[in-house]
Write a protein that binds this ligand. Structure first.
Ligand SMILES: [Zn+2]
Length: 94
């Protein structure tokens, strides 16, 4: 969990590995206490699913240079990625 020093927004960072780990950050809209509570509830498993869903659902809204970096990571990871293999990340069909 990281906090923006300018505006105080909370961001959840997660590395997607293997295949040249690449970090994705997702905006956490609730409080830090709620994040900790949810993490404690199931060892962070539901938060990992939530994070993967954020990547899948919002990557297309990124600026073009960042979308291009996501596409590069999708190619490196040979489809083992929340966008291309949602079921492998515990996600149902969109
Ligand atoms: Zn900010």
């Amino acid at each position: 969990m990281e906090r923006c020093s300018a505006c105080g927004a909370l961001w959840s960072a997660s590395l997607y590995e293997p295949y040249a780990a690449f970090e994705y950050v997702a905006r956490w809209e609730a409080s830090e206490a709620e994040w900790l509570e949810q993490h404690a509830a199931d060892d962070g498993r539901s938060l990992l699913r939530w994070h993967a869903a954020q990547v899948r659902d919002h990557w297309e809204a990124l600026p073009a240079p960042e979308r291009e970096r996501v596409d590069q990571h999708r190619r490196r990871s040979q489809g083992h990625h929340p966008i291309d293999s949602p079921a492998a990340f515990g996600l149902g069909e969109k």
